[in-house]
Design a protein around this ligand. Structure first.
Ligand SMILES: Cc1ncc(COP(=O)(O)O)c(C=O)c1O
Length: 374
């Protein structure tokens, strides 16, 4: 009983706090009348007729579920075919398909590292990367966001042979790119592994949308998810064939979890073909992002360090971000307020996607240009 009473008190305090600080969250379906500015469906593939047909077909061929871990009875040849196709696309030797990006990051990092490792991780890295380090027991050393000097100083301080640098190629809440080549050079100079999360760049950047990868020789593991630009779910750990073999044995989120739906893997083969061909859409997304930044400048809004299709409109506090989100909703746009603890400074994160029509986009820019600064 005492535990229940204590928990109840803690919940009361927590609920009072999130209400007071405007950090309460709610689950709601996307309002159908609002134009999507906040999903990660950057290429619009989640609604693509060919992709939906491929998913249906996958269910018809493979059934509704995988029935077990891939190491038991959950594996199907279609997973291997997808891994091969994906590895060829991104220029890696091999790849391992995992249920989602969170499981991939947590599982792979904790499979690679243990308490004898030091993990150097960008201060703004995604929660799944941080949680992977936590679970591994490795010593966690943050370096300032995209700050190579700070990273080099931290690397120089730790004289262990077991070092890993962990970061993202494109940061999901700020929309800025990591200096990947320089990270690769530092990893080489300090003899560290390099783990890059390419979740938000896959499909949108690089040759045929292959993401912001470095040469495979510079990155030990490159993780990317199928839940964003590829319009599905699931994730890939692209790496060497040898390391894949190790991960297959040691990634607990892979070993001890039911395999993803084979139908997803079947559809993902189509998603890759579609994404590869969407060069025109990629160009339009980049151009629109630049036009939106111009509108934000004209409206006296800061968009931080954004240089990609992710454009955060920075707000002075949680309440201001909620107000801007409501203002955009009144104009017919769905853009969510992102608040602490997800980010340090509240913002409305706008993600440009390929489904955005020119007339809606022009209206959005006008809205941003003329909205009251928050
Ligand atoms: C940078 C980054 N890595 C990993 C993930 C997790 O991927 P998934 O949604 O496939 O679990 C996300 C998405 O939330 C992300 O933004």
């Amino acid at each position: 009983m005492a535990a229940l009473v204590t928990l109840d008190r803690e919940l009361d305090a927590f609920f009072a706090q999130i209400e007071k600080t405007h950090r309460e969250r709610f689950l709601e379906s996307p309002p159908p009348h609002l134009i999507d500015l906040c999903s990660n469906d950057y290429l619009g593939l989640a609604e693509h007729t060919a992709l939906k047909a491929a998913l249906h077909e996958g269910v018809d061929i493979y059934g509704a579920g995988s029935t077990a871990s891939r190491l038991v009875r959950g594996h199907r040849d279609v997973f291997a075919a997808l891994e091969k196709k994906y590895a060829a696309w991104v220029g890696a030797e091999d790849a391992l398909f995992v249920a989602n990006g969170y499981a991939a990051n947590v599982g792979a990092i904790s499979a690679l590292c243990d308490a004898s490792w030091v993990a150097f991780i960008d201060r703004l890295a995604h929660a799944s990367l941080v949680d992977g380090v936590r679970l591994s027991g490795a010593r966690k050393v943050y370096f300032k966001h995209n700050d190579l000097e700070h990273l080099a100083a931290q690397l120089a301080k730790h004289r262990t042979s077991k070092k890993i640098i962990i970061g993202e190629s494109l940061f999901s809440m700020d929309g800025d790119f990591a200096p990947l080549s320089e990270l690769g050079a530092l990893a080489k100079a300090y003899d560290a592994l390099l783990y890059i999360d390419d979740a938000h760049a896959l499909g949108v950047y690089g040759h045929e949308g292959r993401g912001e990868g470095l040469a495979p020789s510079s990155v030990t593991i490159r993780m990317a998810t199928f839940g964003k630009a590829l319009g599905l779910e699931g994730a890939m750990l692209a790496t060497s064939a040898r390391l894949k073999k190790y991960l297959l044995h040691k990634t607990r989120t892979f070993v001890f979890s039911t395999a993803p739906l084979p139908a997803i893997a079947h559809a993902a083969l189509t998603a890759i073909d579609l994404a590869q061909a969407m060069q025109t859409e990629r160009r339009a997304i980049a151009e629109n992002a630049e036009r939106l930044r111009q509108a934000a400048r004209a409206g006296n809004y800061s968009y931080g360090t954004s240089a990609s299709h992710i454009v955060p409109i920075i707000c002075k506090d949680e309440s201001a971000a909620l107000q801007l989100s409501a203002h955009l909703a009144a104009g017919g746009f769905h853009a969510r307020a992102i608040r602490p603890p997800t980010v340090e400074i509240s913002r409305v994160r706008i993600a440009i996607n390929a489904r955005l029509k020119e007339n809606s986009f022009v209206r959005l820019c006008e809205y941003i240009r003329t909205a009251k600064p928050c």
